[in-house]
Design a protein around this ligand. Structure first.
Ligand SMILES: [Zn+2]
Length: 268
């Protein structure tokens, strides 16, 4: 069974997923402790687009880079517009979206990369961040999907993109970050009607006349339908809205808060 683990390095905490732990691959999901951002973004806010001071976010990003052992100049981040555009990243894009959102990869919610030395980064506070790694073809991917991205098939589209690069779906490992869980994610008809009927009974829960969506389980089931093996998928057990000591939660904070980052890179 795969598991998640919170690691600490000095004042910084971050999470790793056991199915992505492999020689030559670096990955992490950042948490709140150990940064310089002030309320309501305290402490390790990794998002530039949320109203926090740029200087604080860049210091937080520098601290994570130091802890994990990469250069900030090698980071590439997408703009993230709740869409499903997937971009293959290469060394011409190094630094995109690191110091400023203005030069992030435009309209990209998914990044894939077959080269070492490039650090893919994505951000969320309740949405799911999906990590991908194929140890055979040595290709990585990172995607951002809330309900809009999920119902638009972000996970399966990432699998398609990896398969087009030569990956076999059975070899692809995936990890789904902590995101808002069915305990907290109340949704309305606008969301429910876009979920395929055969999956609704598995991912929509009814409690006291309201409907709750299991966003991460929905995305796990989508990846299974896309051909991934169940033993290659890890889904976090944490709900971001239930654990605001560890995570930023857009819903729990009423909108104004920081972002966690997902980070993945091939070191060689
Ligand atoms: Zn919850």
């Amino acid at each position: 069974m795969h598991k998640e683990e919170i690691r600490s390095a000095g004042t910084i905490d971050y999470m790793v997923f056991s199915n992505l732990l492999a020689p030559g691959v670096l990955h992490a999901f950042t948490l709140r402790r150990g940064g310089v951002s002030l309320p309501p973004y305290e402490q390790l806010n990794m998002g530039l687009h949320v109203g926090d001071k740029q200087k604080a976010v860049l210091e937080n990003r520098r601290r994570i880079a130091d802890v994990l052992g990469y250069e900030v100049s090698t980071v590439v981040a997408g703009e993230q517009v709740h869409g499903t555009n997937i971009v293959q990243v290469n060394t011409d894009m190094l630094g995109a979206g690191h110091n400023s959102l203005d030069d992030a990869i435009p309209a990209a919610d998914g990044l894939i990369c077959a080269e070492s030395g490039i650090v893919l980064m994505a951000h969320a506070a309740d949405c799911t961040l999906l990590f991908f790694y194929d140890p055979i073809e040595r290709i990585i991917g990172l995607a951002h999907a809330g309900w809009r991205g999920a119902v638009a098939q972000m996970g399966p589209l990432m699998v398609d993109a990896l398969v087009r690069l030569g990956c076999r779906s059975k070899n692809i490992r995936a990890a789904l970050s902590p995101s808002i869980g069915p305990c907290c994610y109340q949704v309305g008809a606008q969301v429910i009607e876009q979920i395929p009927p055969h999956l609704q009974r598995k991912v929509i829960l009814q409690k006291q006349g309201s409907f709750y969506f299991d966003l991460p389980e929905f995305q796990r089931l989508q990846l299974l339908e896309a051909g991934l093996s169940p033993e290659n998928i890890f889904k976090s057990s944490y709900c971001t809205a239930c654990h605001t000591d560890l995570f930023y939660s857009y819903r729990a904070a009423g909108g104004q808060t920081g972002r966690m980052a997902a980070i993945i890179s091939m070191k060689w």
